[in-house]
Design a protein around this ligand. Structure first.
Ligand SMILES: [Zn+2]
Ligand SMILES: [Zn+2]
Length: 138
């Protein structure tokens, strides 16, 4: 998968320490101290510290890209802190729309089938004078 492009700004390497905060994705205040293949934090090796242009939240660059890539597989990528949309995913919307219209068509066929059964049933049932059956009076 291509690397998603998120509008970001690079911050100083000790941003988390200076501001006494941490990356909310990996909960670490470290910058990279080891290459990804020897990472000691689960799955993610912290790298540069970046700030999103959209909502100004601060994460490790690699944590943010991993998060965004995972989200984009199924939906728009949103900020883990404030849910601001960071990257729109037009494919997902199109796919969902196609799935919904497919289900709608299947439902329409099913409803049509039920109506057909009701019509046949109505023809089989003898009606009393003044009786109402599916909105039809005898
Ligand atoms: Zn992180
Ligand atoms: Zn945010």
């Amino acid at each position: 998968m291509a690397t998603p492009s998120v509008a970001i700004q690079y911050l100083s390497n000790d941003y988390f320490r200076v501001h006494n905060t941490e990356c909310s994705i990996c909960h670490s205040a470290d910058r990279a101290t080891h290459p990804p293949e020897t990472t000691v934090t689960p799955q993610i090796a912290p790298t540069s510290i970046v700030q999103t242009a959209t909502c100004a939240h601060v994460f490790h660059e690699l944590c943010l890209y991993t998060w965004v890539t995972t989200q984009l597989a199924t939906r728009h990528a949103t900020c883990p802190m404030c849910r601001h949309v960071l990257v729109h995913n037009p494919n997902t919307a199109t796919t969902m729309l196609a799935e919904v219209s497919e289900r709608l068509e299947a439902l329409e066929r099913e409803v049509e089938g039920v109506y057909e059964q009701m019509r046949r049933l109505w023809q089989m049932v003898p009606m009393e004078e003044g009786e109402e059956w599916f909105g039809v009076r005898s």
